[in-house]
Write a protein that binds this ligand. Sequence first.
Ligand SMILES: [Ca+2]
Ligand SMILES: [Ca+2]
Length: 230
Amino acid sequence: MGGSAETRKVLSILLAVVMLAVCSVISYDAADKPRFHAEIVRGNAGETVDVKLNIQNNPGITALSIDVSYSSDDLELISVNNAALFQDAISTGNVSSDPLRISWYAADSENKVDNGTLAILRFRVRDNAICSRINISYNPENVFDNTLQNQPFEITNGWVLVGDKKIGDAYSDNQISVRDVTSIQRQIVELEDLSAEELVLADTNGDGEINIADATHLQMYLAEYDVQLG
Ligand SMILES: [Ca+2]
Ligand SMILES: [Ca+2]
């Protein structure tokens, strides 16, 4: 439990200083890097939604394996459809496995440089679902070109947002503002007790944790840096 009010004040000031430092050194030139990109979609309880898993800035690969995980409390994965990006189809194994592994390799061992939709994940939104992140990950050993050189990809996780919820709306007033940054900061120093849904929405950089990086990320978004929430 959290110490005196003075300790908290000092902590808040320290956090502010750290954020300023982080803001001044982070540069966002990641836009043209190879990326596995899952979409952000909206749905309501009982509906089905399609989340596309895309490849961007493909440097040329002959094989990949991508793992997809999500909250089974919120979502039921119904199917994974091959989007025919490559000539050779993806394989997925059992759709109910968690994480779900999506694999592909080029039978002709040629590097493929295509960009677009690799797979379409169809989910049913469960009753009482709260907003849910679709987590993308991969073992670097499992993505390589035809010289067996590993090719690094950035990750953008997907989301299924329920109703009109917005990523970053940690202070639930249906708008994204500096008040949300404050809520995240207060949560970190235990001055606030966000609900389960608010905590999900507070993960503004989409890495599965709530920490100072999320407050910074949201501040950069509000300052119109080229960053995406989630
Ligand atoms: Ca808000
Ligand atoms: Ca985070």
